[in-house]
Design a protein around this ligand. Sequence first.
Ligand code: AMP
Length: 413
Amino acid sequence: MKVLVINAGSSSVKYRLYQMPQEKVISMGFVERIGERDSELSHSYQNRIHTEPVKVANVGEAMELVLRTLVSEDRGVLGQLSEIGAVGHRVVHGGEEFTGSVIIDEKVIASIEKFSDLAPLHNPPNLDGILAVKRHLPDTKQVACFDTAFHATIPKVAYMYALPYELYEKYGIRRYGFHGISHRYVARRAAQLMGRGKYDINAITCHLGNGSSLTAVKNGHSIDTSMGLTPLEGVPMGTRSGDLDPAILFFLEKKGYDVQALNDLCNKESGMLGLSGISNDMRNIEGAAGKGDERAKLAIDVFCYRIKKYMGAYSAVLDTVDAVVFTGGIGENSVLMREKICDAVSQIGLKLDRQANKNAIGKEAEINTQDSDVKVFVIPTNEQVAIANDTYGLTKEQATDRIQPEHLKEYQV
Ligand code: AMP
């Protein structure tokens, strides 16, 4: 069966067409800078990549272009669209309703719309992608894979903010967590690499990229994660502040910042960019720090220190840690960040093999020494293949990797 995986965001639509269950990529590509004058299509077919400037005003038009390209005469990979057996979508926010991936029906669509309130930048374009596919392929099954779903096992003690309880009841204000598809994928892969079952691992999974989050995985289940109601909470990121004293915002409001300015400040102007004054991109910051730039060095130190604090907290939450996993653009590629972070958390029983770390750039590897109590893995994330597998499994009515009801109960305290 051919499964099309879609990740529709506000400014881009990324796609991958798989032959399942072989997990073979038939074609992949993206439409970028949607709604701008210099939108671009990139499309791979038969070991070639075609790029082309395009005019697309919104996600719906981008989806239409993707579907047209997949069946185009000169660059197509399908005879007709009906060859697509199912379409899987990454959906950022599933609120408290979704504990796993689901087949999309009108009720699911209504729920995704409802949770737009909690993820106003993400759920609306995710939904636009779903609706566009529905228009062009009305009879094809679609599946929603939620970034929040893996975190459905986080106990109440970890997800409640110490705010008036009514805010949770009235508005659903609680910690939800994100990057769940990635954390689940790498936790499962780490268990496999250790020769264990998926529920037989305690791990701290570190998804470190432009957005970063850490998850405490106990017996294969997420029991705490660093992102919260929104992806702003947690460790500092490319342009996001991560945790801060909320009173800073009240202080700045008195200095004349309005809500929009505060939102932009915390989400777009802070983190590595704000600290370094150079870039949100870790490669540029590492480069500047290497040349002696003090603020770049500070940004790196703050990033690693805050990750150390989360790892210390999660080792306490987990009691025993079997493995630490690095993934995401920084986690998969930055030798320096992994070294600094691992050196900082040696007290949890982790010993880094420096040479193995140096060799592990963008590829799966075990990078701990033989006598390390804790395994350290670099595992390139593959959210697309996780979505393809969930989509294939649900469409074929096979068991998918979803939280079992007894596990949901087990963790709710
Ligand atoms: P992601 O959001 O997962 O695509 O990750 C993007 C981040 O990974 C950016 O900050 C990049 O600078 C960072 N990154 C990618 N490759 C490297 C590398 N070789 N060294 C350091 N950071 C990297």
